[in-house]
Design a protein around this ligand. Structure first.
Ligand SMILES: Cc1ncc(COP(=O)(O)O)c(C=O)c1O
Length: 385
């Protein structure tokens, strides 16, 4: 006997990587040396201070009990200092910050907090798949807004205006943008805030890449005057602090929004391990030099990734930021899917096809920089041979 699952399990398909990485593991088990340039999983270590703080805190007897739903005040204070130092944004650690088990979790909490069935959500036509999947899970209606490739992959605000109806409730934005690497600009954020204000929409900005290969000072959407009235920002230590597996992130917003999100979140999960929060405090204090050194390593890898795209005959935009490289396929390549499968089976190199981020990505591929540069160069050699 099989008990039927809820409808929502049939609206959403299994995550592409969950399926594809099983194939990668199978090839590895068969003895093949697979170079995985598919997933954005930082391979570098957190700072030494972070690891020391974790191990010292883990030895304390008080470390192991339940923790506050709102995270420790030490962690929230460290986030407030980080926001001030990094973006020049002042946040109240008591009321305007809520630690999360990664920003992915925040997408669900925010959607449960603000969306009723039938509400409409604007998601980028190319973007992180969870915005769409979670909106559908909570019964909201997804409306894709177009991005203009000829305008640095920024939203087409005019087209977006025509998508707004009285049911439009929430807009997902993410710059530096994944997967295209389009940078954030203050003008873009100002336009987003003005759009949200005009249309009475909650603006949710997802900001995990601001410190990775950024070419100018990192930006927070909350630095736009008046943004706190109608905007929420997710941030994460996964990429910027090499701590993806730790599951540390937060949402920053005005007090009423944080209180509302906490109502949902405190019924779903509990505060994270105290030692991890202590370690997060140390990590948030990483020096600017630490971040610079991490970016130098990514820069070396970027050179190799560009050679990889060149070997495939792809074109790409040199202004990209973040830890991926987004390339456009030449006309001679039949489809991203066939190329990705061929590279995996024949060259044992795994890359992400652009369509997993939305149909607009059909003719694109995404390379991750989370591999030592020697391995990326090895992948280049395999392609060239
Ligand atoms: C745009 C974007 N948002 C959110 C996430 C999730 O990050 P976290 O590890 O903080 O859950 C990712 C991860 O790849 C991402 O690319």
């Amino acid at each position: 006997m099989i008990i039927e699952t809820a409808l929502r399990t049939r609206q959403t398909s299994e995550y592409y990587f969950s399926v594809k990485l099983a194939e990668v593991r199978k090839l590895i088990a068969e003895g093949h040396d697979v170079i995985n340039l598919g997933i954005g999983n930082p391979d570098m270590m957190p700072s030494e201070e972070t690891l020391q703080a974790l191990s010292q805190a883990a030895l304390k007897p008080q470390a192991h009990g339940y923790q506050p739903y709102v995270g420790t005040i030490a962690f929230r204070n460290a986030i407030a200092r980080f926001y001030d130092h990094t973006y020049g944004v002042k946040l109240d650690a008591n009321t305007e910050i809520l630690p999360l088990i990664g920003s992915k979790e925040g997408i669900t909490h925010i959607s449960l907090t603000f969306l009723d069935p039938g509400d409409e959500v604007l998601v980028p036509e190319l973007g992180y798949p969870a915005y769409r999947a979670v909106s559908q899970m909570v019964g909201a209606v997804v409306k894709e807004y177009p991005l203009r490739e000829d305008h640095g992959w920024q939203p087409d605000w005019q087209a977006m205006e025509s998508l707004v109806t009285p049911r439009t409730k929430l807009l997902w934005l993410n710059y530096p943008h994944m997967p295209t690497g389009a940078p954030a600009t203050l003008a873009l954020f100002e336009e987003a805030v003005a759009f949200a204000r005009r249309n009475r929409i909650l603006l949710c900005h997802d900001n995990p890449y601001s410190l990775v290969l950024n070419k100018q000072a990192p930006l927070s959407l909350l630095s736009v005057p008046g943004a706190m009235d109608l905007a929420i920002e997710l941030n994460s230590m996964s990429k910027s602090h090499n701590m993806a597996g730790w599951r540390l992130g937060w949402v920053a917003a005005a007090k009423p929004y944080i209180t509302a999100i906490l109502t949902i979140k405190s019924n779903v999960d509990s505060g994270m391990f105290w030692a991890m929060q202590e370690a997060a405090v140390a990590a948030l204090g990483n020096s600017d030099d630490w971040h610079r050194a991490r970016n130098e390593v990514y820069q070396g890898r970027l050179d190799a990734a560009q050679a990889f795209l060149q070997a495939l005959g792809c074109t790409w935009d040199k202004t990209q930021e973040g830890m991926f490289l987004w390339g456009k396929l030449p006309d001679s390549v039949e489809s991203a899917e066939s190329l990705v499968n061929r590279l995996l089976l024949e060259k044992h190199v795994f890359i992400a096809p652009g369509f997993i981020f939305g149909p607009k990505g059909q003719r694109y591929i995404r390379l991750s920089l989370c591999m030592p540069k020697e391995r990326i160069w090895e992948a280049v050699e395999r392609i060239r041979s």
